[in-house]
Design a protein around this ligand. Structure first.
Ligand code: NAD
Ligand code: TYD
Length: 350
């Protein structure tokens, strides 16, 4: 099998590429990534020389390039993770999210459809990796199931919802063998330090303030990234065509409680006085349109395909802190100037 994984140099994509390259030596894994500020080949140093791994630099928004690549390589399957993924960036530049998340996805669907419609086609699967944020925001009660109506609020979640609709449309209209999964918030190694947990790990390390939006009452359902990668493996191999699975850890935390726990873990790891890091917590202006609560019901995935999360949050968070403290160079490289300038260049060109 020749599998194209898009966005494989990003946070979740790098864990999926690593899992597939190591677990399936008979598959050839192509990692297609534009290497935006969020994409980093350092994330894949341990597997980059494996004979079943190939890297392709490219932009999914470029239809001509995508069509040529599919015609040349005749992939048997796609696992699509490439996306603009940060809600705050989507608020300042929504159009970039429309380009990559919507148009990029439709370009991939078109190229996959062309392979699928060829005589004697061996194209088997288009797997679209999506988010629970498409379902909108919950009150104090309830959970998102696979049948919850879409109700996105941020430009990021609206672009992901749109891409999910296109994937379903290609399944229903052209019979393209698609599956979709919608996952809750991930955390773990290689997470770009603009997102809450790695941002706060980095700030605690440098004794900088920890910006908590609003009152820190917003609730997220956190899943260790390697558990997400395992779920993707199971769904890729076992899910029925046209199906959707929710992925989540049954692990809801208010933001303020996550950061307090992180502060306590890092007091110990950095040999600081108990309570010292909590003093860095600073409440700042809330995010516009900030969804109050996400909670995923992953019963369908657990019952039908036998997946379940492997780690407790406290254990996973400690593991994550250990990784960031042991990988200082990675953290310094991704927070250095070249990454910060990437977006200015993008805006100037469009
Ligand atoms: P990320 O921002 O860390 O990585 C995205 C990757 O896509 C980067 O390597 C980037 O270079 C690449 N990319 C961006 N634009 C591209 C383009 N135009 N062409 C080719 N490559 C491009 O994101 P992530 O957190 O790893 O998320 C991966 C996927 O999982 C996304 O589709 C996201 O919506 C989804 N998801 C994320 C989470 C989460 O908590 N992070 C939860 C559920 C679902
Ligand atoms: P984030 O990691 O950006 O993920 P998402 O918006 O996709 O859920 O944010 C997680 C939660 O943390 C969310 O409720 C927003 C909040 N947050 C802060 O309070 N401060 C921050 O600096 C960031 C980046 C996020």
């Amino acid at each position: 099998m020749k599998i194209l994984i898009t966005g494989g140099a990003g946070f979740i994509g790098s864990h999926v590429v690593r899992l597939f390259v190591n677990k399936y030596p008979d598959y050839t894994i192509y990692n297609l990534d534009k290497l935006t500020y969020a994409g980093n080949l350092e994330n894949l140093r341990d597997i980059e020389n494996k004979p079943n791994y190939k890297f392709v630099k490219g932009d999914i928004v470029d239809a001509g390039f995508i069509n040529e690549l599919f015609a040349k390589e005749q992939f048997n399957a796609v696992i699509h993770l490439a996306a603009e993924s940060h809600v705050d960036r989507s608020i300042t530049n929504p159009l970039e999210f429309v380009y990559t998340n919507v148009i990029g996805t439709v370009n991939l669907l078109n190229a996959a459809k062309t392979l699928f419609k060829q005589e004697g086609s061996s194209f088997k699967r288009f797997y679209h990796v999506s988010t629970d944020e498409v379902y909108g925001s919950l009150g104090d009660e309830g959970m998102f199931t696979e049948t919850t109506a879409y109700d996105p609020h941020s430009p990021y979640s609206a672009s992901k919802a749109s891409s999910d609709h296109f994937v379903r449309a290609y399944h229903d209209t052209y019979k393209l063998p698609c599956v979709i999964s919608n996952c809750s918030n991930n955390y773990g190694p290689y997470h770009f330090p603009e997102k809450l947990i790695p941002l706060c790990i980095n700030n605690i390390k440098h004794n900088r303030s920890l910006p908590i939006y609003g009152k820190g009452e917003n609730v997220r359902d956190w899943l260790f990234v390697e558990d997400h990668a395992r779920a993707i493996d199971v769904i890729f191999h076992k899910a029925k065509e046209g199906s959707t699975y929710n992925i989540g850890g049954h692990n809801e935390w208010k933001n303020i409680d996550v950061i307090r726990l992180l502060c306590r873990i890092m007091d110990k790891k950095l040999n600081r006085e108990p309570g010292c890091n909590e003093k860095l917590i600073t409440f700042v202006t809330d995010r516009a349109g900030h969804d109050l609560r996400y909670a995923i019901d992953s019963t369908k995935l657990q019952n039908e395909l036998g997946w379940k999360p492997s780690l407790q949050f406290e254990e996973g968070l400690e593991k994550t802190v250990d990784w960031y403290l042991a990988n200082e160079t990675w953290l310094e490289n991704v927070t250095s100037g070249s990454y910060a300038h990437y977006y200015e260049d993008q805006y100037a060109r469009r």
